[in-house]
Design a binder for this molecule. Structure first.
Ligand code: C2E
Ligand code: CA
Ligand code: CA
Length: 764
């Protein structure tokens, strides 16, 4: 502490000690130099004023706090003046030191009022309404209690007092105002105010409290005319103010005090009631006015305390209710969350996480079990054609069917999309076969959803657990088996077989090679003539892609095309094929003119149709090559057209470009003849499987016979595919077919070879 601060504090402390000692001794001894009792008071007031001045000069404090210290300084200066006037009143009178002029009494009140006003101007912490109500009630309680106390001890002796002090009422008023300021200081000390130091507030509140309390000593000084309550009150109050200001000066700039937790419990009301009760017991209430007044005050205090209690209780109840409601909500959320974490939102059955957890547990227990993976066949078609609402309803219905057919020990979970899994403990191979077969059949029962009749089909792959398995590995094996079931036609189930893994490996390797095939120049396009019956003259060609693998030699399109569709390479391959085809078409037209093939077919897979920008790409390639789009035919399969709305749109756009559309492999899909009406089809390619039976008396023969009637009615050209014998060609011509394609006429060949076939038609 710098000397500037230390010296005044030491001086203040010495003066305080002197005053206290002198006051106590004054009870027993009469002093000869009465002025010595008064001297320290103005000095100490000025010391306090100086300390407040130092606090006010701290520029790092906020404006409100500095203003408070400036006003505190003014109070102290005014106090120095007031005690001096008071001293003159007292020393100049014969009656004793208690004498006080009305002017001095008024000044004391002004000082206290000023202090309270300064205090209330400080920015207080936010208070709730009920905190304000409690503050008001406490003030009321204290005011009544102090009022009655002072009245009880002092006012009844007004005459004696008045003779002593010369002015009775102002002194009472001082006592009252002192009480009020004590409440204010105490409240602010507890509630905190802006950047005002809390310890400083506590000191101030203690000082005012002690000063107010010393007023109650007045009755004891009746027979001690050389003493005055001010000898105690002023030194204590001013020294506290000095320390308080010093504290503020030193702590300025420290971390701001956090808002204290408001105390809900206060002793004040109970102390007040106890005080009143004690007075009540000590007086005869029935006879004297005093007794009746005290009784009335006690009733009033009790009523205030009850009101205060009720507000607190009500607030507590409200608080408890909120807490309770919050807790209930929290519990509900927890339950919901726990359910969500383990269940599928759509079907309400277990989800992937829950399934994997159970598998892990089962694996840890070392028990054998089966894991099956189920996938709806053609679910995408349902979703795309009938909307997601229908798709969701279908998934729910299927999950219910699965759930209903399983034993209690089994688990069914939804992995996502149209994939479900089963965990089947304790089944022999035969039992599992029976159960899975039953599931396939149960799911397949016809079903009406939003007016659509459906026959859901499901493919299942199943595998048995082995030591060292993980949930991921089990699901992988079940998945491989499920794909095998799907490839075998769907609506069936299959055991996992290690051979499937090898196939899947080969698939992956071949897929990787296929990505490189273009860059390695391993691809080319062959053209198979399409001929007119019965003479077999070329009317068109179909472009067919070939892949000669560096190690495996020729790979069948039946193998690599589905692979390319699966891994997405088909987009790039299809683009390349189309570029080759339009370039070849342009070359033929340049070279052979009108003898060039009038129809050039290109196979387009479903994946390509769905690709955004596909039609624009085709249009650009046709423009660049400078060929007439009317020569080109896009061959699409029924399932591709049925796949998505996007595919159907792409087909319509191709047709608008002038490119014709052929429906490939007609009769092998699951679709109906209604497609021929919905879709702009110009050519129908009747699948080889029908053509094969054309020379026998088979159902295929009947269909082939009838198809020609329908297509000619719709002005659609029918092309019979895979014609291998002259017999077939003759029979087809008999029933009305005009176009055919097959090894009987020509195998797929290079563009030049096609040109050689065309040559005889060119004059010269
Ligand atoms: P597809 O469109 O039905 O093509 C006709 C298939 O039948 C060709 O098989 C052709 O060689 C074969 N074929 C023609 N005449 C006869 C016959 O008399 N007897 C027999 N047994 N077969 C005959 P390929 O070239 O193996 O193609 C198989 C499939 O691969 C095609 O069936 C087509 O769906 C697809 N494909 C071929 N090239 C492409 C292509 O560039 N893009 C796309 N997306 N698919 C293609
Ligand atoms: Ca084709
Ligand atoms: Ca075909």
């Amino acid at each position: 502490m710098p000397v500037r601060d230390r010296l005044p504090v030491i001086t203040g402390a010495v003066l305080l000690a002197f005053s206290l000692v002198r006051f106590v001794v004054g009870f027993f001894v009469e002093f000869r130099l009465p002025v010595m009792g008064w001297l320290p008071l103005p000095v100490m007031s000025l010391l306090a004023a100086y300390a407040c001045f130092r606090a006010w000069r701290r520029t790092d404090l906020d404006v409100a706090t500095r203003r408070f210290w400036r006003q505190a300084m003014c109070c102290c200066v005014l106090l120095a003046v007031t005690v001096s006037i008071n001293a003159r009143d007292a020393l100049g009178s014969e009656g004793g030191f208690q004498r006080i002029s009305t002017l001095a009494a008024c000044l004391y009140m002004v000082i206290l009022g000023f202090a309270v006003w300064a205090l209330l101007r400080l920015p207080a912490w936010e208070r709730s309404r009920s905190e304000w109500v409690r503050f008001g009630l406490d003030t009321g309680i204290i005011l009544i209690t102090t009022g009655v106390l002072i009245w009880h001890f002092s006012l009844t002796r007004t005459a004696a007092w008045a003779s002593q002090t010369g002015t009775a009422l102002p002194v009472l008023a001082i006592a009252m105002v002192a009480s009020v300021s004590m409440i204010a200081f105490t409240k602010v000390a507890f509630a905190g105010a802006g950047e005002l130091d809390r310890r400083a507030m506590h000191l101030l509140s203690f000082g005012t409290g002690a000063a107010a309390a010393s007023a109650s000593l007045m009755p004891f000084l009746e027979s001690r005319p050389q003493l005055n309550t001010g000898f105690l009150a002023v030194p204590i109050a001013t020294f506290c103010a000095q320390l308080s200001a010093l504290r503020q000066t030193q702590s300025a700039g420290d971390a701001r005090a956090a808002r204290p937790v408001p105390r809900r419990f206060s002793m004040v009301p109970y102390l007040a009631v106890a005080g009143m009760d004690a007075m009540l017991l000590g007086t005869d209430i029935t006879r004297s006015t005093e007794g009746r007044t005290i009784a009335a005050a006690t009733v009033a205090i009790t009523a205030l305390v009850v009101v205060r209690q009720i507000t607190t209780l009500r607030e507590n109840t409200r608080l408890l209710e909120t807490v309770d409601a919050n807790l209930r909500q929290l519990r509900d959320y927890q339950v919901q969350l726990a359910h969500q974490v383990r269940h599928d939102t759509l079907t309400e059955i277990a989800n992937r996480a829950s399934f994997e957890e159970q598998v892990t547990r089962q694996l840890a227990a070392g028990e054998e079990f089966l894991v099956a993976l189920l996938d709806l066949d053609d679910f995408k078609v349902v979703n795309d054609r009938l909307g997601h609402g229908t798709g969701d309803a279908l998934l729910k219905a299927v999950s219910r069917r699965l759930h209903d057919r399983l034993r209690d020990v089994d688990t069914v979970a939804r992995l996502g999309g149209d994939e479900f899994t089963l965990l089947l403990p304790g089944l022999t191979g035969d039992e599992a076969a029976t159960l899975l077969q039953r599931l396939v059949r149960a799911v397949q029962e016809p079903l009406l959803i939003e007016g659509h009749e459906m026959v859901p089909r499901i493919s299942i792959g199943v595998t048995a657990s082995m030591p060292g398995d993980t949930p991921g590995e089990l699901l992988r094996r079940a998945d491989v088996a499920m794909y095998a079931a799907k490839n075998a036609g769907g609506a069936r189930w299959a055991w996992f077989d290690p051979a499937m893994d090898r196939l899947a490996d080969q698939d992956a390797r071949l897929g990787a090679d296929l990505r490189q095939a273009l860059a390695r120049d391993e691809l080319r396009v062959l053209y198979q003539p399409i001929v007119e019956l019965p003479h077999g003259g070329i009317v068109g060609v179909e472009a067919l892609l070939r892949w000669r693998h560096a190690r495996h030699g020729d790979v069948s399109p039946a193998v690599f095309i589905p692979l390319a569709e699966r891994n997405g390479t088909i987009i790039e391959l299809g683009r390349w094929v189309f570029e080759q085809v339009v370039a070849q078409t342009a070359a033929w037209q340049r070279q052979y003119g009108t003898a060039a093939p009038g129809r050039v077919s290109v196979n387009v897979s479903a994946r390509q149709l769905r690709e955004p920008g596909f039609v624009e790409e085709i249009a650009a390639a046709v423009r660049t090559a400078g060929v007439d789009p009317g020569v080109l035919v896009a061959e699409v399969t029924e399932t591709a057209v049925l796949g998505t709305g996007a595919a159907l749109e792409a087909i319509r756009d191709l047709s608008t470009l002038g490119i014709r559309v052929a429906l490939d492999d007609f009769g092998t899909g699951q679709s109906s003849l209604s497609l021929l009406v919905d879709c702009p089809v110009h050519v129908l390619k009747v699948d080889k499987s029908f053509v094969d039976g054309v020379t026998t008396s088979s159902p295929q023969a009947v269909i082939v016979d009838n198809l020609i009637g329908i297509t000619s009615g719709l002005r659609i050209q029918a092309v019979a595919e895979g014609v291998e014998t002259a017999d077939q060609a003759r029979r087809l011509h008999q029933v009305g077919y005009r176009y055919a394609q097959g090894f009987h006429f020509a195998r797929p060949m290079t563009g030049e070879d096609v040109g050689r076939l065309l040559r005889p038609a060119v004059p010269g």
